[in-house]
Design a protein around this ligand. Structure first.
Ligand code: NIG
Ligand code: FE
Length: 415
């Protein structure tokens, strides 16, 4: 096998290489290499330049040349920094009831809500959950998402959370996408737990966290801070302990009421996700911190609620990633690019801000520094779209999907 692969010529290569983590981005600032090539060594990008320059300077005997004969735009592989794709069952009934005007309480009283998915997920065995997760991860991969964060949170007991996290770990061994697991044992107080919220969080901390370390199941802890889920004060204590044990922190924050983003800033979380209810005050403290704000337009579309104030977050010099939140309840669509484009139209985001939100800014939301930009030494994760203009990708609002998806220097999907 030859040491290098050279792919090109690519009509437009959008590297995102020199763009900032925080603040607004103008389309004029996007750096496009025309008639570009990507030189790959193993799993990584060795060089990016014009195809001609690369071809003129490589050892031909050491390089497999993959010549493209049509117009393509290359983007970094997309990163979905917030999903709940490890679950069993459907909540189509919740969706219908919600749209028929039923309240959250009425839906829960009819056996809907998160607890419904908990019961169905507990009923599924490890193989079934692994299979479901692989299927959904592969669907995302075929749409250009090469890295997918996946949360637990439908087990809500030590054993059932372990089952979910083991399923995610197993799925990661099969799908070609990278799965980054997060423990969301603090999704809600399980109805069958004998004790209060703090008792439950203490139990998770003492009995589950050590096993996560032992079995290398997850390096990330999440909590749903919300009325009816967990209080900011309980969350702060839980997350400080998690942080002391070496976990990265992320929070479901400010979805319906505020409080979560302040905790995220206090505990120096990597990201605060949702933020639909954030006001000027929360936007300001997030922007002044290193916490990445993650908008989840799929939940706004699924629930028929307002969007995260993405424009205001960027204008306040915040860092904005965009993720799908794919889950059976609030965000059943599972289409990151479509959702990111729709957020762009409602929030008046530039195409560059949308692309940044699902590439290098999403990598930052997962504390990953080896992906999200097409520059040397990054993983060779990229998409080839059959068009000559990067703007076409956003214009089609998710309906233009990649013709080729590359992960770790290998082609993993081709139309
Ligand atoms: O991110 N907000 C809390 N959790 C999920 C919804 C989970 C569910 O409804 O099953 C979310 O929207
Ligand atoms: Fe979520």
């Amino acid at each position: 096998m030859k040491k290098y692969k050279l792919i090109g010529p690519i009509t437009q290569l959008v590297s995102m290489g020199d763009l900032s983590i925080k603040g607004p981005l103008k389309d004029e600032d996007i750096h496009i290499i025309k008639d570009a090539g990507i030189l790959i060594e193993g799993e990584q990008i060795k060089a990016i330049d014009t195809f001609k320059n690369l071809k003129d300077n490589i050892a031909l005997s050491d390089t497999t040349i993959i010549e493209l004969n049509e117009g393509y735009v290359a983007t970094p592989g997309f990163i979905d920094a917030h999903t709940h794709i490890c679950f069993s069952g459907s909540r189509a009934r919740d969706y219908a009831m919600r749209n028929a005007g039923k309240s959250y309480l009425e839906i829960a009283e009819n056996g809907g809500g998160i607890w419904d998915t908990v019961l169905k997920t507990r009923n599924a065995n490890l193989e079934e959950l692994t299979h479901n997760t692989i299927k959904r991860a592969n669907h995302l991969l075929e749409n250009g998402i090469t890295t997918v964060e996946v949360k637990s949170g439908y087990g809500l007991s030590i054993d059932e959370e372990l089952k979910m996290l083991r399923a995610i770990k197993n799925a990661n061994e099969t799908t070609k996408a990278d799965l980054i697991s997060t423990c969301l044992a603090a999704h809600m107080l399980p109805k069958d737990f004998d004790g209060n919220h703090l008792d439950y969080l203490t139990k998770i901390t003492n009995s589950l966290f050590p096993i996560l370390k032992e079995e290398n199941l997850s390096n990330r802890i999440d909590i749903f801070v919300e009325k009816g889920a967990f209080l900011p004060s309980d969350a702060e204590l839980y997350l400080k302990n998690a942080k002391n044990m070496g976990f990265d922190i992320t929070i479901h924050a400010d979805q319906f009421s505020t409080g979560g983003s302040e905790v995220a800033v206090t505990v120096e979380a990597i990201s605060a996700d949702h933020l639909e209810a954030s006001t000027e005050e929360e936007i300001k403290i997030l922007a002044q911190s290193n916490v990445i704000s993650v908008a989840l337009p799929g939940a706004s579309i699924g629930l028929g609620c307002s969007f995260t104030p993405a424009r205001k977050i960027l204008d306040a010099e915040g860092a904005l990633a965009i993720a799908s939140d794919w889950n059976p309840g609030s965000a059943p669509m599972g289409d990151l690019l479509t959702q990111a484009c729709i957020l762009g139209t409602f929030e008046k985001l530039s195409n560059t801000e949308v692309l940044a939100g699902i590439t290098y800014r999403a990598a930052a939301a997962l504390n990953l520094s080896d992906r999200g930009r097409l520059i040397p030494n990054m993983l060779a994760d990229f998409n080839l779209f059959q068009t000559n203009d990067v703007n076409e990708i956003f214009y089609h609002q998710g309906k233009l999907t990649p013709t080729q998806v590359w992960k770790n220097g290998e082609i993993v999907y081709k139309k």
